[in-house]
Write a protein that binds this ligand. Structure first.
Ligand code: NAD
Length: 502
């Protein structure tokens, strides 16, 4: 633990952003203290030390942010910006994210426990490419000219077309597992489409969102175009979701909160996108190489401590190779180096918070009490900090909570199946439908399986791989709408139809 504290201290001393100790919201280009004067501590989950404080905002702060975002949408230089200007600004923002990669990745590791190499790869590398991808869409949004058959009055002629217009002020509410990436999955397409944004990060991980807003000003975005209000879900988040000045809400988080946000949106007829929870299956077919599948499915669940919405937490393996795959999975799990995200050797960091640590341990203890067999892990990994051993349960029953509910930690179950029909029915036996992976070299069986899986994303011989162009979203209770890709940027627009009598 002392080593972890020393590693974290070394990084903290280099982060000027943290020297402020206490942060404000970012509204209309300025740092503003929360009106209540209340703050939430940001805690490093590897050391349990308080890193700094961020606002615990109330409805007044949310209202100030929405009002400024509205003014920026209607009256500022932003309204006059050409698509090419929006493209240039977003490209500039992507460059700044890369230039500040050391700082941003260190902030992510401090606030979430994420392994630094992963933070660099995903929260800086992949996300700056995503921002560039969305910058390109600013100049490519288009409507259609449509032939029409309007018969009245006889002989009349009309010219009809559609155009896409920015939806308006966007409220973006995001979780703590990939704080900067998921924030930008909403912010970048919204800005590409010409919207303005009020971003609410998770109360556990507000730092990179606040830094992002400063970088947006440096990139040249006018004040008020990107605002950040920090605070807890049930107060700040609820105030933002219920605000009548929001034209579109884009939410990523748990299914229960997503449903509440959907209901609040419908009351105001606010447009909404919901990216929600998952309990994704990995299906290992009979022909699979057990070592490849064992290691691959272990990577599929343990990336980011299992705190990935699409992580493959239910592993179904053909009975003939079940023991072999499980043995390889267990070997892979036991070989993972657990420790501070700042140690370059670390592969598994802590989970995000004390609250989440207790929740995940509750699932582990509950599964054990219900009779599941611990094939590996099942315990706290290090005495202090929120570290959990990578865990696999076998001998599980379909009704167990660890089988049915999203754990969102380094915990998987493995179950044998006898034929493809059984594999399909086990995989789809969940209210969720976010991701799925198939492990096989049998291309015809793979192609037969893909259409039968109720999931928004299917991977074959890999898991969790994303691309800016590939839409991400859920079937069933995993969501509504899509992040990433063309589908995402278009969801920040309204289609206007025009009919001109000639
Ligand atoms: P969460 O639902 O608790 O919180 C998400 C965000 O919503 C946070 O900013 C939180 O402050 C806010 N919030 C909480 N209650 C609210 C309320 N009543 N009104 C408005 N806002 C509220 O989720 P979490 O624990 O931060 O994140 C984990 C969840 O996110 C998991 O279920 C995971 O699967 C999901 N997730 C989904 C995707 C996806 O693309 N589908 C990606 C990442 C994470």
């Amino acid at each position: 633990m002392e080593d972890f504290k020393a590693l974290a201290l070394k990084e903290r001393q280099q982060l000027q952003f943290l020297a402020r100790g206490r942060h404000g919201n970012f509204i209309n280009g300025q740092t503003v203290a929360p009106s209540s004067g209340a703050y939430v501590a940001v805690v490093d989950p590897a050391t349990e030390e308080v890193v700094c404080e961020a606002p615990d905002s109330d409805a007044h702060d949310v209202d100030a942010a929405v009002t400024n975002a509205r003014q920026a949408f209607e009256n500022s230089a932003w309204t006059r910006a050409r698509p090419a200007d929006r493209e240039r600004l977003l490209t500039q923002l992507a460059c700044l994210i890369e230039q500040h990669g050391d700082e941003l990745s260190a902030l992510e590791t401090l606030q979430s426990g994420k392994v630094r190499t992963l933070a660099r790869m995903v929260e800086v590398g992949a996300v700056s490419e995503f921002v560039r991808y969305m910058a390109g869409w600013a100049t490519k949004l288009e409507g259609q000219t449509l032939d029409n058959s309007i018969p009245f009055p006889p002989g009349a002629k009309y010219f009809t077309y559609t155009k896409r217009e920015a939806v308006g002020v966007v409220g973006a509410i995001v979780p703590w597992n990939f704080p900067l990436s998921i924030a930008l999955w909403k912010v970048a397409p919204a800005l590409a489409a010409g919207c303005t944004v009020v971003l609410k990060p998770s109360e556990e991980t507000p730092l990179t969102a606040l830094r992002l807003a400063e970088l947006a000003i440096e990139a040249g975005f006018p004040p008020g175009v990107l605002n950040v209000v920090c605070g807890r879900g049930e107060t700040t988040g609820a105030a933002l979701s219920a605000h009548p000045g929001i034209n579109k809400l884009s939410f990523t988080g748990s299914t229960s909160v997503g449903k509440a946000i959907g209901k609040a949106s419908v009351d105001n007829m606010t447009r909404f996108t919901l990216e929600l929870g998952g309990k994704s299956p990995a299906i290992v077919l009979e022909d699979s190489d057990p070592k490849f599948a064992g290691h691959g499915t272990a990577n599929g669940i343990f990336l980011n401590q299992g705190q990935v919405c699409t992580s493959g937490s239910r592993i179904y393996v053909h009975r003939k190779i079940f023991d072999d795959v499980v043995e390889n999975f267990v070997n892979a799990a036991r070989s993972l180096k657990i420790g501070s995200g700042f140690d370059p050797q670390t592969q598994l960091g802590p989970v995000v918070s004390k609250r989440h640590f207790e929740r995940v341990m509750g699932f582990i203890d509950g599964a054990r009490e219900e009779g599941a067999y611990v094939a590996t892990g099942g315990k706290r990994a290090i005495d202090a900090g929120y570290f959990i051993q990578p865990t696999l349960f076998t001998n599980v029953k379909p009704h167990m909570r660890v089988v049915r509910e999203e754990v969102f930690g380094p915990v998987a179950i493995a179950v044998p199946f006898d034929d493809l029909e059984e594999a399909v029915s086990l995989a789809n036996d969940t209210p969720y439908g976010l991701g799925a992976s198939i492990w096989s070299q049998n291309i015809s069986q793979v192609h037969r399986l893909i259409p039968r899986l109720q999931a928004g994303m299917v991977w074959v011989n890999t898991n969790n791989m994303l691309d800016p162009a590939l839409p991400l979203g859920g079937f069933k209770q995993s969501g509504y709408g899509r992040d990433l890709g063309r589908a995402s940027v278009e969801s920040y627009t309204e289609v206007k139809s025009v009919c001109i009598a000639l």
